[in-house]
Design a binder for this molecule. Structure first.
Ligand code: GLN
Ligand code: ZN
Length: 760
């Protein structure tokens, strides 16, 4: 039985590509050196895949920066402003990725968006009246050729025309239909180039097919592929889908002469039923996805083999594969020697998933696979839950009642008692939580980790930072202070390290975008809070000042969404477990006399299902409940804040209001005024602090600029509901940027207050 891999991680096991690319950016190495690192990496990965027995090995899934960016390049969709810089190909490519500011000109990078429901971000293509799509070169085959030179036959991977058009930003009043003919010609040329090189299989990725599709979308898909596939060809074409089922267009797909169709059985709830109901085209191979490419747990062979056996398709036409590119998981469990053997035996990162594919494909061919050691060994893993998954929390969750999700007092009552307690001026000023993570702050953490200082010494230094930060904020005359988050490496990892039920990895890097990676924690068992996580720091900060200090927590949706979740219990149950732990922390902070508690939900949207009908029942209903669970029990006088970034919450504005926080601060620098209109039209009840300047840029905004900005906000939002703050934490900004910006923000507010007068 054959096996297939859709795509593989790109950084390299030692993140050598990331490091080399960053060295290239900073001028430490030249492009030839970068290319060598990339080629070595690709070669070693092909060898790895070949040794693992993978039958369909991908090429061109690799990228120096991003696959969508490469597709823009391949299709000649290069916006004019980058071409006008007059740079060579290599530098033009990176100008699109990162922006360019030097002798030749000054242009920003292309937009960036989340890749479907993953934490990977792609660069957004721009198509306008000046765009003419065409196959720019046959470079998409250069990796195929490189692999062939070492004797490895690969299947080149390209992102398909439909997904590309659907994800592009269209301008000049044109839509996808304008580009149909150009796309047909371009992809016919792709196929012709494959034929020329005697490529056996070409994989065309069309993940957009798992989205909600209109009749026009399906017609567009059909028109493009009908034309591309009607010409004679020698290369076999695999249509690869992932991240869900393709129930809206399954018929159209089956009606087209694809040689292989890749369908997702992991996230695609309807996939098996679709095949059962509608059949499968006679001549085609079915590329099944049974090994989860997005999570880190071992595949349950019994379940996977049952799924495959139930398909009405002869096994010689089935190829086993991963549910999506392995880009979304780390390289190997082998490096995580700090983890217990019990946990390691249950985990499968990219390399272990290759072993799983090999085992599954060999088992599939055996009539008596149940007696096979690989099968028996795998079944044993799933017979017992991991230690720490005792179900005791389930009773606590099942016993929750509606009142556990609702503050006792209505907003108006809360507002009044908070006003009495806090005595804040109109347009209160605050920040989002973190202050600069300077070299000294990072060094303190690193020295503790390496055992160079004791934990007492470490704590003493953290307190010193906190004290400086509080004094600084008093000098700035901010109204609501923060402790600065100096003890945190990351807003999720910090809590994951404090809570039972999580493990963190040493080397579990996953690409987030370009050269940036994240190291998600893994939820391995029931989540409990063994002891307070933030109370000592916050209380210390509060003891230094008469002004209110905000307690700073990360919310349950964000903690869950930026971790690898368990697969043995529903997401909802995990999220509620985390919420109960956060609730304990909230109540401890309240008991310690903290009057304002902020529960960040930066990543609330992250696991929003791809299909709109699933949004509420499959996610939002419980994500909002989980947040409410965190704060429902606090007193009326305790003010609950939340913070969100990555805008795009206009379409879930009602749910955000239903979180029932007292105040929400959010990032709105890109869509500032449209969001404010939405707040108004939905009669948003929560007090709001739409960031008044962009902290993602080193620019220092002037007093006048911020003043003008606040004036505009005041046209739409009543003064007694408006907070003034930057749009996100200041962690990534150095003090030389952060402090003057905050000074200007406070001066601007003071000028405006003079015109408003009075207390809140
Ligand atoms: N409180 C966090 C901080 O200030 C929030 C970070 C975020 O929203 N991404 O850094
Ligand atoms: Zn933020």
């Amino acid at each position: 039985m054959a096996s297939s891999v859709i795509g593989f991680p790109r950084f390299g096991m030692d993140r050598q590509l990331k490091k080399a690319t960053e060295q290239y950016f900073s001028g430490k190495i030249g492009r030839e050196a970068l290319r060598l690192v990339a080629d070595d990496l690709k070669r070693s990965q092909w060898t790895m895949l070949q040794n693992a027995g993978v039958s369909f090995i991908p090429s061109n899934d690799f990228s120096l920066y991003d696959g969508m960016l490469d597709t823009m390049w391949m299709l000649n969709a290069i916006p004019k402003r980058y071409l006008e810089l007059g740079l060579d190909d290599f530098d033009t490519y990176f100008a699109m990725a990162r922006g360019y500011q030097s002798k030749a000109g000054d242009v920003g990078s292309l937009g960036m968006r989340k890749w479907f429901n993953t934490n990977y971000h792609y660069r957004v293509p721009e198509l306008d009246a000046e765009t003419t799509l065409s196959l720019r070169s046959t470079d998409f085959l250069s990796d195929y050729r490189l692999a062939k030179d070492m004797g490895v036959e690969t299947k080149p991977v390209v992102i398909g025309p439909f997904t590309f058009l659907k994800l592009a930003r269209h301008a000049d009043g044109l839509d996808s239909s304008h580009f149909v003919e150009q796309m047909i010609d371009a992809y016919r040329a792709v196929i012709a180039a494959c034929d020329e090189d005697h490529v056996r299989w070409l994989q065309i990725d069309e993940p957009y097919l798992v989205m909600d599709l209109s009749d026009d979308d399906i017609a567009l898909f059909f028109a493009i592929y009908g034309a591309i596939l009607e010409l004679p060809r020698t290369v076999d074409v695999l249509l690869q889908t992932y991240f869900g089922d393709i129930c809206d267009c399954y018929r159209a797909v089956c009606d087209l002469p694809f040689d292989g169709i890749g369908l997702d059985f992991v996230e695609g709830r309807e996939t098996a039923a679709l095949i059962e109901r509608e059949g499968f085209p006679g001549g085609a191979l079915l590329f099944t996805a049974v090994v989860n490419g997005k999570n880190v747990w071992r595949c349950n062979y019994d379940e996977a083999l049952r799924t495959l056996a139930s398909l009405p398709i002869p096994s010689e036409r089935i190829v086993v594969g991963t549910s999506c590119s392995l880009l979304h998981v780390p390289y190997t469990v082998a490096r995580e020697t700090r983890l217990s053997v019990e946990i390691r035996s249950r985990l499968a990162f990219a390399l272990e998933k290759l072993e799983e594919l090999a085992e599954l494909s060999s088992l599939l061919g055996k009539p008596s696979f149940r007696d096979d050691v690989a099968f028996i060994h795998n079944r044993e893993l799933f017979q017992h839950p991991l230690s720490g998954c005792d179900g005791a929390l389930r009773h606590r969750i099942e016993a929750l009642r509606p009142e556990d999700f609702s503050r006792k007092d209505r907003r108006a009552v809360r507002r009044e008692s908070q006003k009495q307690r806090l005595g804040l001026p109109v347009l209160p000023t605050t920040t989002i939580g973190s202050f600069a993570q300077t070299a000294e702050v990072r060094q303190n953490r690193a020295r503790l980790k390496r055992g160079m200082i004791s934990s007492q010494q470490y704590e003493k230094i953290v307190r010193m930072f906190i004290k400086d930060c509080v004094r600084q904020q008093e000098r700035l005359d901010l109204d609501v202070l923060v402790h600065g988050e100096y003890e945190r490496n990351d807003m999720v990892e910090y809590f994951a390290q404090q809570l039972d039920g999580f493990v963190t990895t040493d080397d579990g890097w996953v690409q987030s975008y370009g050269t940036r990676g994240v190291k998600p924690a893994i939820i391995v068992s029931d989540v409990r809070r063994p002891r307070p996580m933030t109370v000592p720091y916050i209380s210390y900060a509060q003891s230094l000042t008469d002004r209110p200090v905000k307690g700073m927590l990360t919310g349950p949706a964000t903690i869950l969404n930026w971790s690898f979740p368990r697969e043995d219990i529903p997401l909802k149950e995990s999220m509620f477990q985390i919420a109960l732990a956060i609730q304990d922390e909230v109540l401890d902070l309240e008991r310690a006399g903290i009057g304002i508690i902020q529960i960040d939900e930066a990543a609330l949207r992250e696991k929003l299902p791809l299909r709109k009908a699933d949004w509420k029942p499959q996610y939002l209903d419980f994500a909002i409940d989980a947040f409410r669970l965190c704060h429902a029990k606090v007193k009326a006088e305790t003010q609950i804040h939340t913070h969100m970034c990555y805008s795009e919450f206009e379409d879930i504005i009602e749910e955000i209001d239903a979180m029932d926080a007292d105040v929400i601060t959010f990032e709105a620098s890109k869509s500032r005024f449209s969001i404010v209109d939405v707040l108004r039209s939905h009669q948003f009840q929560t007090e709001v602090g739409p960031g008044v300047y962009d902290i993602h840029s080193p620019r220092i905004p002037s007093v006048e600029e911020i003043e003008r900005h606040i004036q505009r906000l005041l046209e739409k939002i009543p003064a007694d509901r408006l907070w003034i703050n930057p749009d996100c934490g200041l962690k990534t900004r150095n003090p030389q940027e952060a402090i003057p910006s905050l000074e200007h923000m406070v001066s601007a507010v003071k000028n405006i207050r003079k015109t408003l007068g009075g207390l809140r």
